[in-house]
Design a binder for this molecule. Structure first.
Ligand code: NAD
Length: 346
């Protein structure tokens, strides 16, 4: 393995900076599916990075990764680690995040773990604790924070007294169903955004879930209250023929509307007693969110600073998503399955 941190700060829990590392960071990608292929594509184009290789047990996915990036591929993570890596991104299926993350941390390798951080809150906490003890950087891939439209909304509401947040994230069924429903797959993005926008914890959860077609929930209407008193709502499903991702934030002084796909962000302000108000479109950047996320991760690795999305934040969002699924069952009459064909997942 390549040499790691300066060793000057060895306190448990202190992240080690890769000081003196004028050389390129040696980075690997674990999992060459949809997300991992994108990680590899972005990493290979970043300066001061050497993409050491991509790991995937499926030969066809390894071939695709090589065609996409020209990088080496490996059938298992031990082969990648033997080559020497400073950091990896973990984009394997969610149920494998825990063992893969622990294996990397045990070898002092900095990790970016795709969202959700793990299959369960307990596994997520074990990853966080192990990373803290080892002093390695752990960042969670809540990529939506790096969407320039989201950044524009965050900036627009900075210093405002936020009253409510409503987020819609809907679309058709994904081509490949995993063994999770819309709450863990989609709503966890927005739970993270609500926590990030409000800089407050979610303290009340009122979920309404339904499985119209799939075995797991494919529709969710989730309501929350944060410790700071903000009301928030997420509308998510896999039953809409087109993708939509919209955020609205009401503050005492503004109403901010953002379309995360078209990246148009508008704010209404200057409310007058006669009902009139002003409106303006806000400037929004063009960065690719994944590129910005990976740059932030690699910066945290180099500097030893706190990563943009910490493991604790990833676990907190997973915990809220899990609470939505564990909320008391509805009365039997209301929870009986709908009629019609059902889609088997898993
Ligand atoms: N941030 C986002 O917006 C976003 C979007 C999609 C997926 N994800 C997350 O990314 C992760 C992967 O999702 P995906 O859609 O790319 O799934 P996918 O099924 O397309 O890819 C997973 C890949 O991991 C490989 N794999 C299986 N076992 C492995 C192992 N032991 N070591 C290495 N690779 C292994 C599979 O062969 C497959 O190629 C999930 O955790 C998912 O929640 C995040």
């Amino acid at each position: 393995m390549s040499s790691k941190g300066s060793g000057s700060d060895t306190k448990p829990g202190a992240r080690r900076a890769l000081t003196g590392a004028a050389r390129a960071l040696r980075v690997g990608v674990i999992g060459a599916g949809v997300m991992g292929s994108n990680h590899a594509r972005v990493l290979v184009g970043l300066p001061d990075i050497e993409l050491v290789g991509v790991v995937d047990p499926l030969p066809a996915h390894r071939t695709r990764a090589t065609e996409l990036t020209g990088c080496r591929t490996f059938a298992d993570i031990d082969q990648l680690i033997a080559e020497g890596v400073d950091a990896v991104t973990i984009a394997a299926p969610t149920h494998l995040h825990h063992p893969i993350a622990l294996a990397c941390i045990a070898r002092d390798i900095h990790i970016l773990v795709e969202k959700p951080v793990a299959s369960s809150v307990e596994e997520g906490r074990e990853i966080v604790d192990a990373a803290r003890r080892a002093g390695v950087t752990l960042m969670v891939g809540h990529v939506e924070r790096f969407n320039p439209a989201v950044a524009a909304i965050k900036q627009a509401i900075s210093g405002e007294d936020i009253l409510s947040i409503a987020i819609t994230r809907v679309g058709p069924f994904p081509p490949r169903m995993s063994n999770v429903g819309v709450v863990i797959d989609l709503a966890v993005h927005d739970i993270d955004l609500i926590r990030w926008f409000t800089e407050s914890d979610i303290v009340e959860v009122q979920p309404q879930l339904s499985s119209a077609v799939a075995e797991r929930e494919d529709i969710a209407l989730l309501q929350f209250r944060t410790a700071s008193g903000v009301l928030a709502h997420i509308n998510t499903n896999w039953l809409t023929p087109f993708k939509a991702r919209n955020v609205t934030v009401a503050t005492r002084g503004k109403y901010v509307m953002g379309d995360l796909l078209t990246r148009q962000v508008t704010e209404c302000f200057g409310f007058k007693p006669d009902g009139s108000y002003s409106m303006r479109h806000l400037p929004v950047g063009h960065d690719e969110p994944l590129r910005a996320e990976l740059i932030a991760f690699l910066h945290a690795v180099r500097s030893g600073g706190v990563p943009a999305v910490t493991g604790d934040e990833g676990v907190a969002s997973l915990e809220i998503a899990t609470r939505c699924l564990e909320a008391p069952a509805r009365p039997a009459a209301a929870s009986s399955p709908r009629k019609g064909p059902r889609r088997v997942v898993g």
